[in-house]
Design a protein around this ligand. Sequence first.
Ligand SMILES: *Cc1c(COP(=O)(O)O)cnc(C)c1O
Length: 390
Amino acid sequence: MKMEYANRINKVPPYLFAEIDREIEEKKAEGMDIINLSVGDPDLPTPDNIIEALNKAARNPANHRYPSYKGMMEFREAVAHWYDKRFNVSLNPKNEIITLIGSKEGIAHTPLAFLNRGDVALVPDPSYPVYKIGTLLAGGKPVSMPLLEENRFMPNLDEIDAETRRKAKLMFLNYPNAPTAATADMDFFREVVDFASDNELIVCHDNPYSEMTFDKYKAMSFLEVKGAKDVGVEFNSLSKTFNMTGWRIGMAVGSSEIISGLGKVKENVDSGAFQAVQAAGVEALRGPMDSVRKNMKIIEKRRDYMVESLNNAGWDINKPRATFYLWFPIPAGYNSSIEFCSQLLNKTGVVLTPGVGFGKHGEGYVRCALTQTIDRLKEAVERIKNADLR
Ligand SMILES: *Cc1c(COP(=O)(O)O)cnc(C)c1O
């Protein structure tokens, strides 16, 4: 029988890194030592107190049952407590918070709750691919908002035309930003809230890097802005803050109507996050934060080392004040970010992510994830210096 994929699957853009993945495998087979700086997955372990909480909760048979689809009340209360303490944002755990199986899950499911066929979702470009793909899977139409360096990687809302404004039902945003590492301030978020209420659209702010900041910079929550809760939700996650990417636990918080729409989808497609993982999440959010600070010191040292040593070698890399990414232009003389990454891999065994993988406005840039030890980063820099790439 001939299998035919649904149009919505066919619309998902092809995986751009197949060629690079193939080259990585080839180089590995040749015995090359690969230094992979392309993965946005923390290399540091989950703090012990959180693992202990999981162990204990896993032994409790009450946690072996189906969880509630909204999430355990204890977890939602812990989220409310943390948002209050950290951002001075007050949330009702009954209807303004939902547990997610990682924030990616909630981001991918939100368009299903709010978009009809042909409705527009405004999506930053470059960005985390799920905003666009979640929109496509729901039958919506992604319209990109370019994030340009000259605008400090913020979308220019004035450039969104009247027709798009009329059709737009969702807007995705993400600050501290992946992949550009840009940060946003209160004025920008105020402008977003005004834009959303004027044009009657829902803002989905993705904030998984809120705690991944340096140099005393503190990221804000979108919900700190007056009126934000009337127009939007914020996705947050334990993945990056507590090195818990594999655990699959996150949250959406904000407008009760939006949370309820997302809950309606989730109620029908998944059965919630394992309760023992939620119990561990409670420990993470209510427990000591010193491990987070310690980890950020480690990433800060990596950032300083990488930026300073590469800039001394003639590169032009901005020191980000948040996230664990460096985002910088490829040297002159390459036709594309894919071509540059492929040459870099061939000459040095170092893997970076081509910017075009995050959208067409990412072309000309690469992303470097600071997810290797300082010794490995030193090795990477030595190889890059000796490789005559620029
Ligand atoms: C890592 C990441 C997420 C999601 O993480 P989950 O593990 O699904 O919680 C969401 N958005 C961005 C921009 C990310 O980098």
